[in-house]
Design a protein around this ligand. Structure first.
Ligand code: DGL
Length: 300
């Protein structure tokens, strides 16, 4: 049975959700976090299909509850949220779950030109969830959706080598150029897109490349910070916030963040170190059995 001291569980198809963990850590510095990167099965969003992503989401949620007694789960993946959050809530109603979705609503309010580019995985772009969001907010702005095949995968690969020499970082830059060009014209003039929604948590890590391509005046929107605030609210409502303690002391504790991967350990270690300044000792390799073969028991 989770308590306020129990960890917050976070998962993504890979390292992209570390961008959400960054925001969570900032918003909730007194919490313990367990992060699972399903990099052995990434990417989810190019061609895996909803059934596969649903199965992985259920398996990972069950694993994090059984092994870590998590008190809340943050699905730090737009693709898994779109495919599986409703199913997960129906199957585990007692587990508080928060998902991420492309920042279409905030973009519809903040774009001055009323033209917004949205970069996301193919699965997210073609999901009912995004169709609903666009229908709901499409009166205020025109949304230009781009399925960025291969980009999350290239970002996963690029974590394995130090920048800037590695070929995969060059690949991510080329893909960013290809997809922003295909989206159309960015700028502040009538008909141009003045806002870009980063609708995949991996893409936050190529923000600098996108900024170099689009210039300083384009607004980038992601949902890390709002999701972190929503996590705080949900924990508060359930009296599950961790008790505050001296932050310096807390940061000194080695177990505050645990990172796990179903893929290459070295890649997660490199990503954790580069993006969150975490030591390699925070990282472990794990196996997460499929939802169909795993025990169906979860803690009450
Ligand atoms: N990071 C994920 C997202 O936010 C998925 C990337 C992928 O595995 O395709 O959509």
């Amino acid at each position: 049975m989770p308590t306020p001291q129990s960890p917050i569980g976070i998962f993504d198809s890979g390292v992209g959700g570390l961008s959400v963990l960054q925001a969570l850590r900032h918003e909730l510095p007194h919490e313990q976090f367990v992060y699972l990167a399903d990099s052995g099965n990434a990417p989810y969003g190019d061609a895996r299909g909803d059934a596969f992503v649903q199965e992985r989401t259920l398996a990972i949620a069950r694993y994090l509850r059984q092994q870590h007694d998590i008190k809340i789960l943050v699905i730090a993946c737009n693709t898994a949220t779109a495919a599986a959050i409703e199913l997960l809530r129906a199957q585990m109603p007692e587990l508080p779950v928060i998902g991420v979705e492309p920042a279409i609503k905030p973009a519809s309010f903040s774009s001055q030109t009323h033209h917004v580019g949205v970069m996301a995985t193919r699965a997210t772009v073609s999901s009912q969830r995004v169709a609903r969001l666009v229908a709901e907010h499409g009166q205020r702005a025109e949304f230009h959706l781009m399925a960025c095949d291969g980009l999350a995968k290239a970002i996963e690969r690029s974590t394995e080598q130090p920048l800037p020499e590695n070929a995969d970082a060059t690949e991510t830059r080329a893909l960013c150029a290809k997809y922003t060009e295909a989206l159309g014209s960015f700028g502040q003039k009538t008909g141009q897109m003045d806002t870009l929604v980063l609708g995949c948590t991996h893409y936050i890590f190529v923000k600098d490349d996108l900024r170099a391509l689009l210039g300083p005046d384009i607004q980038f929107l992601d949902t890390g910070a709002p999701v972190a605030r929503q996590t705080r609210r949900m924990l508060e409502q359930r009296a599950l916030l961790a008790p505050e303690m001296d932050t310096e002391l807390h940061f000194a504790q080695p177990a505050q963040i645990q990172l796990m991967t179903t893929g290459a350990l070295t890649a997660l270690q490199a990503a954790g170190e580069r993006w969150l300044e975490l030591p390699a000792s925070c990282c472990t390799h794990v196996s997460v059995p499929s939802a169909n073969t795993a025990s169906t028991e979860v803690p009450a």
